[in-house]
Ligand binder design. Structure first.
Ligand SMILES: Nc1nc2c(ncn2[C@@H]2O[C@H](COP(=O)(O)OP(=O)(O)O)[C@@H](O)[C@H]2O)c(=O)[nH]1
Ligand SMILES: [Mg+2]
Length: 338
């Protein structure tokens, strides 16, 4: 028997007990643990999946400063009024949820912060630019098990950050503002195809009409890509709390459709498939790396290949057969043991 050299970290029974008793402090502490130590995720998943209540995750994404946090706060207030419990996960270094923004915004957030039916959490972004923290889906699950049935996930940035939220949310709300040429940026990032709802915020500012026209044009030229119906485009002025009733009811309508059509279940399956695939990839690579000293060998090999102008494929194929041999040997070993 090989000695187990790993220290198995785990969450104390007391913390679990307090969490399931509904302690907000325990919930906050659990989230901190998930965020800081991805090795705890298997335990968290084991405990939380049976407690999952089927929260819907609404990703709110778009360029910096368009009003995502303000929109999230406005939608959260309406959801609470409507009888929901709301989680807000902000992956945004400038989020007013964390005190990072202007005083006026913070004052507006205050009413939410004191509400028992709202749980607000900001997460450090992976790269400091709003890239989604790898803990985000797990934090969403903690909030789900805690009883929050609407979870708004705010991410900032154009590009990878937005595409990340697509894989972890059930519904995507893309926020734009007039007068900034954002349409072109977001179009380039490919997010427009994933958005379930477009929101032109800051409709109190000039340029709203031309942004709406640009969006209409965008849908026309890319009509063939939208297999289903084209997503609704709404306008609002979140800072004046105008237009958000419509955004809220449209979001709820989309959620209803998501659930009725079975797409919600499909998303959960896809999210779990991705989790399994990514974990296996990581695990296989870690094993392979440990078995072969691969990272170091690959680095040295690449220097040589580049110098000699050679292809990496003979190496890749050789490694492939090595791994296969290793697996065959292991199986033979196991059979002898048994
Ligand atoms: N004029 C105008 N300003 C807004 C509106 N919504 C938000 N803002 C302001 O835009 C700034 C950025 O808002 P914030 O919600 O932090 O944007 P985020 O970076 O996308 O989360 C803040 O000063 C808000 O008060 C709006 O509808 N109209
Ligand atoms: Mg924000």
């Amino acid at each position: 028997v090989r000695p187990n050299r790993h220290v198995v970290r785990s969450i104390s029974p007391q913390l679990w007990e307090e969490f399931f008793r509904g302690s907000r402090l325990a919930c906050a502490r659990l989230i901190t643990k998930v965020e800081n130590d991805l090795e705890l995720i298997p335990e968290i998943r084991d405990r939380l999946i049976p407690q999952r209540k089927g929260a819907v995750r609404v990703g709110i994404t778009g360029p910096p400063g368009v009003g995502k946090s303000t929109v999230a706060a406005g939608l959260a207030r309406r959801a609470v009024k409507d009888g929901h419990s709301v989680g807000i996960i902000a992956v945004d270094p400038t989020s007013p949820f964390t005190g990072g923004a202007f005083l006026g915004d913070r004052v507006r957030m205050q009413s939410l912060m004191g509400d028992d039916r709202v749980f607000i959490r900001s997460l450090a972004s992976r790269d400091g630019h709003g890239g989604l923290s790898p803990a985000t889906p797990h934090v969403a699950e903690v909030l789900d098990a805690f009883g929050m049935d609407r979870i708004f996930i705010e991410t900032v940035g154009v590009g990878q950050a937005e595409l990340d939220v697509v894989t972890c949310a059930d519904l995507i709300l893309l926020v734009l503002q007039p007068g900034t040429g954002d349409v072109i940026q977001t179009l380039k990032a490919g997010i427009t195809e994933a958005a379930d709802l477009f929101l032109v915020n800051k409709a109190d500012l000039p340029g709203t009409e031309s942004l709406l026209e640009a969006l209409g044009f965008l849908f026309e030229i890319s009509a063939h890509r939208h297999v289903h119906t084209r997503p609704p485009i709404l306008t609002a002025s979140a800072v004046k709390d105008e237009g958000l009733d419509g955004v809220y009811s449209e979001t709820e309508r989309l959620i209803e459709r998501l659930i009725q059509s079975g797409q919600y279940q499909d998303k959960k399956r896809q999210q779990m498939e991705r989790e399994i695939r990514e974990s296996l990839q990581q695990m296989l690579w870690d094993r392979f790396a440990a078995m072969t000293n691969a990272p170091e060998e690959i680095r040295i090999l690449c220097e040589r290949l580049i110098k000699n102008g050679q292809s990496p494929y003979p190496f890749i194929q050789a490694m492939d057969s090595n791994v296969r041999m290793e697996l065959v040997n292991q199986r033979a070993g196991n059979e002898n043991d048994g």
